[in-house]
Unconditional design. Sequence first.
Length: 264
Amino acid sequence: MKKAILVVSFGTSYHETRKKTIDACESKIKESFKDYDFYRAFTSGMIINKLRKRDKMEIYNPLEVLEQLYKAGYEEVVVQSLHIICGDEYNKLKDMVSEYEDKFEKISLGRPLLTYIDDYRETVLAVKQDLDKMDIDEAIVFMGHGTEHESHSAYPAIEYMFRDYGINAFVGTVEGYPELEQVIKKLKDKNIKTVDLLPFMLVAGDHAINDMASDEEDSWKTILENEGFHVKVHLKGLGENPYIQEKFRNHAIDCMKELQEASI
């Protein structure tokens, strides 16, 4: 049987962070899929176009890759998402995979980072491994991407679980709820003066570099400083964490096992 593993992420146009995050997650997944041909897709058309124009780098979207696999005669396809939550991007990918269910003998989509309660617990423990190596002061502020989708509740849920594990973390989002405004209110209520600022995203890409860490007047760093906080910035995406890489691999393995069990 001709088999493929397709790993899908939003993508990034920053090569160095891509190597440390997306590439690293893909490499970890490949280790457990030696009998599968490997393929990559990005869901961001803007990033795909930028890489094509700037770097002559050809990366395709999930529908394009699925069509290529269908025409190439593949029979089994495992699709693994590198998204963080079951938000808009993940659900669009789910719809794309559904379109191809009748074209392959077997096809299934692996879950994103945060789906089940155990996923939240394992993610918190993975991040804690990194935090324990850092010189953290009073509190951590995480910048998540955010979504208007109902899955936005993932962000306050993971904040709650960080607290359960003794981590004084506050999670805000760029596009959704909670916003930085709510985070600042909670920091002031607790009389916190120093914060460590980190992205709660797969890659430390455009949002982390510009919206979070830059000296622009509307960046989170600048806003927090103007509110009287001492801010320490850490530009490290979740995908750099080897335990997170392992977690995505395990999700892909779960997906593969579901396909195998379905065919028994």
